[in-house]
Write a protein that binds this ligand. Structure first.
Ligand code: PSV
Ligand code: MN
Length: 408
């Protein structure tokens, strides 16, 4: 412990030297909120197979129990996103209560318009008005659900696209999409908003109707203030500068939310920060830069979108939340005054060094203190792994048969 205290003291001194206010950093860390996805707790796989995990959630209640466990160990994951129909139920008051009983609340509601047979050729961009109407209806149902569970975020992603050239008329599909989204947007109350997520490809391997941030931005701008873009980190071509996109959207007041994960090849659902942590830091650096700029207003929903194929679900989610917290802490300690001076002086190396210095700082002693103050384990993942909870869950759940799909 004395080593930990020494490390904390050294870190505090170094932050003071850089003119960084420790109390402000700690307050920001206490305020941080990460939403986890209900579908991240159930078994999932790829089209090549699913390897069931004995401890995975088998019922709706299990999903909230597991999200509650992640929140209990981290203290910063108080909400859970739901996907309809994966989380469909008869009584949404009960669902809301179920979340509360497990110490969490329901966050974003995600309409799923990609699995039914009728959506084979699209949903809101489908050539048949009846299919578009069904897709719109699913959104309206989700808006009703939002009201029942006290959510204000409708999080929309569309699998709409084509697999071969010719059968989809790009411009017509674009118009159908805008008309459909307009009807959905009109159903929102002033305190509600919709997030529009883009994705480069998959399941459409030839074209996707909302393939990049520019397309999502364009449709949101047409819709109005309460439509904003959602950036899923796994939905870009290799090498794309995501931090630049983030800054651009913030400046346009159009960044509404994140789906955190990491990619190596495409939409791999790897643990955020596991492949390219420096890139993740640079993204967070833009978020903190905006957060600390009094001229900028943001309302960003920070959500995880990871369905782990082989990692144990709860461990993976705690590891993810802790990774996000660590990267946020490093972005919070960037010496922005010196960075501004370096930019002013055109000092290229100096400016980069300011970022690298923050990135290389071991913020774990600071996080341990913050967690202690918040009343959660100082090392959440270690504490969870030692708790034996996974094994208990395996005993309780392994024999339960799942009916219907609970996730991706
Ligand atoms: C699509 O790949 C996506 O990123 C969307 O956010 C969906 O809602 C989610 O994954 C389903 O797992
Ligand atoms: Mn996503």
């Amino acid at each position: 412990m004395s080593n930990g205290c020494d490390a904390y003291k050294i870190l505090c001194d170094s932050l003071e030297e850089r003119g960084i206010n420790l109390e402000t950093v700690k307050a920001s860390l206490r305020e941080q909120k990460i939403e986890t996805p209900s579908w991240g707790y159930a078994d999932s796989g790829t089209r090549f197979g699913v390897f069931p995990q004995p401890w995975a959630a088998k019922t709706l209640e299990h999903k909230f129990q597991d999200a509650g466990t992640v929140h209990k160990y981290t203290g910063i994951a108080p909400t859970v996103a739901i996907h309809i129909p994966w989380d469909k139920c008869d009584n949404y008051q009960d669902l809301k209560d179920m979340a509360a009983e497990n110490g969490v609340r329901i966050g974003a509601v995600n309409p799923n318009v990609f699995q039914d047979e009728q959506y084979k050729l699209g949903s809101i961009c489908h050539h048949d008005p009846a299919v578009r109407a069904a897709a719109i209806e699913r959104h309206l149902e989700c808006i009703d659900i939002m009201r029942e569970v006290d959510s204000t975020v409708l999080s929309c992603w569309y699998a709409d696209g084509t697999n071969y050239p010719g059968y989809g008329h790009f411009r017509r599909r674009k118009h159908w999409m805008q008309e459909s989204l307009e009807q959905i947007y009109q159903a929102l109350d002033p305190h509600e908003r919709m997030l529009v997520e883009y994705k480069l490809f998959e399941p459409g391997f030839y074209h996707t109707d909302l393939a990049d941030w520019g397309m999502a931005y364009t449709v949101c701008r047409e819709l109005g203030d309460r439509a904003q873009v959602l950036v899923d980190l796994g939905h870009h071509a290799p090498g794309v500068n995501i931090e630049h996109i983030v800054a651009f959207l913030i400046d346009e007041e159009k960044l509404g939310g994140f789906h955190f994960n990491n990619r190596k090849y495409a939409d791999d659902d790897l643990t955020v920060g596991s492949v390219n942590p420096y890139e993740f830091f640079l993204i967070y650096n833009e978020l903190v830069d905006a957060e600390q700029d009094p001229a900028v207003e943001t309302d960003i929903a920070y959500m995880v979108d990871q369905s782990h194929v082989v990692k144990p679900k709860i461990e993976a989610m705690i590891q993810t939340v802790v990774m996000i917290q660590e990267i946020y802490a490093r972005a919070l300690i960037v010496d922005r005054e010196t960075l501004a001076e370096m930019r002013e002086a055109g000092d290229i190396v100096g400016a980069e060094e300011v970022l690298v210095q923050a990135y290389r700082t071991d913020v774990r002693p600071l996080l341990e203190v913050v967690r202690e103050e918040m009343g959660v384990p100082t090392s959440p993942l270690e504490a969870y792994r030692k708790s034996g909870h996974n094994e208990q869950l395996a005993q309780q759940r392994a024999h339960i048969q799942v009916s219907g799909g609970l996730g991706t």
